[in-house]
Design a protein around this ligand. Sequence first.
Ligand code: NAD
Length: 437
Amino acid sequence: MKLAVIGTGYVGLVTGTCFSDLGNDVTCIDVNEAKVEGLRQGIIPIYEPGLSELVIRNYEEGRLKFTTAASDVIPDSDVVYIAVGTPQSDSGAADLSAVWKVVEDIAPHLREDALVIVKSTVPVGTNAKVFEMLKKLTGRECHCASNPEFLKEGSAIDDFMYPDRVVCGVRNEFSEEILQTLHAPLLRTGKPILFMSPESSELTKYAANALLATKISFINEIANLSEKVGADINDVRIGMGHDQRIGFQFLFPGLGYGGSCFPKDVRALASLADSLDLQPKIMRAVDEVNVHQRASLVRKIDAYYGGDLAGKKVGIWGLAFKPKTDDVREAPALELLRYLIEKGAEIAVHDPEAMENIQQQFGDKIHTYCKNEMEAIDGADCLAINTEWNEYRTPDFNKLKSKMKAPVIFDGRNLFDLGVVEKNGFTYYSVGRTPVD
Ligand code: NAD
């Protein structure tokens, strides 16, 4: 099939690349000329394991193309995927301006038998609005479906290629058949493709993200309780997770969720409920707990130094909102960096992939961007850990201690065993566990 994928971010680029790898003829379209030009030269704008090889191979074999000119591509496309960003607006609701812009751009060029599929995460009712808008702009009823994306940054290719399920919101058999054909190669292991109304499909995406966010906020609240009552959240988590009704996934305490999806999706769902005079109490609480948790490392550091960090050197491990991505949108590290800058601390940071994104935002307010994690703690008064990259999990504690000015660690991700840090003579603050000092 001939596909146009509009929006070449984490979702659009992965979607377009994977569909091209499955033998489709795909053109990825983006308004960002530099991004498009870079992609043509094999420069991948994001870090996502395995993506670079897949883009380059499919581009070189002619199945994957990149352009800024939607009008050249849409007349020839069987399927037009909309995968542009839907960020949070000031009110908390999703900002759909990029989606509306795309609908306006494609309408004059759409073939009568083309299927427009909304992959962006959009509030319930958006697909119906896209359908109405296309009807107004084209003078006919266009085929229009919803196919939300469930991939996770850091394992996006695998998530796309081996989905737990594919959710499709359709209005007619024509759309259903195209979506079925498109996804058939991904469903050979018997995983389901679920057809429902566009409204149910749109709500499924938000509900799934909101429940995962709820699990994270829940375990963080229990972790804070553990700290106060002398329990160990790790034991509590394991004790809970073995219950098959509960399980282990998304039950890791830490610095709260971040990234470009959970925070905005929880708020957009709450905002939708608000607009319908419902009271989204759980979703508001999930967000509130998360905002509070994101600042938990700041609170611990502030209490330890009595707010006096001027001239103190803080080494930071991890900037991305989670491992295996370069995405720093709504990352807990941002909060810590702002606080340390305000307090006049000397900051040295390391992250395997996210340094460039942080440098763009903070520039020389951060004193040292380090090549490796050991450089970041050289002469440091303390180490603060924001992201659980694997390379941080088993440091040489002797070396760490000898390089640091003081053996103090604030760990937002519970990377280390309490007994090990204690034996090595560290002062250690983690999440939901008794401090070691
Ligand atoms: P992104 O910000 O990484 O990328 C969006 C891209 O769209 C950018 O490259 C931007 O230049 C482009 N764009 C904006 N307006 C355009 C226009 N008018 N025409 C062409 N291109 C345009 O966003 P993302 O993270 O890929 O997310 C896209 C959507 O998918 C969002 O709705 C998001 O909620 C959803 N989603 C994201 C993830 C994730 O992990 N990132 C997972 C599932 C769903």
